[in-house]
Write a protein of this length. Structure first.
Length: 120
């Protein structure tokens, strides 16, 4: 095994304020990464796409997710898988919506700061 084991407390991860309605925390491994988002009602992740397959798990609240023009409501206890290069957007339907996203491979644009679609 060449990769180091990472054991973290999620609350200890740095919080990045994307906007007044959206925060993000990140955790990277060798092959994939997590993004932990907390949305306020009305927060929007603008239309974008990326090469990474995305698994989004809503643990509290709900989001409207539009993927390639098709609307999906994803509520607490549900998940959605977004294929590689699919155009998609998120909108929080409730305050304090928690979204844990897993990406494979890792989001290089997050590491190098070129994820400008978030507007930060």
């Amino acid at each position: 095994m060449t990769q180091e084991v990472k054991h973290v407390t999620l609350a200890d991860l740095p919080v990045e304020v994307i906007s007044e309605k959206l925060t993000r925390q990140m955790l990277f491994g060798e092959q994939g990464n997590l993004g932990i988002f907390i949305y306020k009602k009305g927060a929007i992740v603008p239309l974008h796409r990326h090469e990474n397959e995305q698994f989004s798990i809503i643990t509290k609240g709900s989001c409207k997710v539009i993927i390639e023009g098709t609307e999906h409501i994803v509520s607490a206890g549900q998940a959605i898988v977004i294929p590689s290069n699919a155009w998609h957007t998120f909108e929080a339907l409730e305050d304090d919506t928690y979204d844990i996203d897993f990406f494979a491979p890792s989001r290089k644009d997050w590491l190098d700061g070129t994820d400008q679609y978030l507007g930060h």
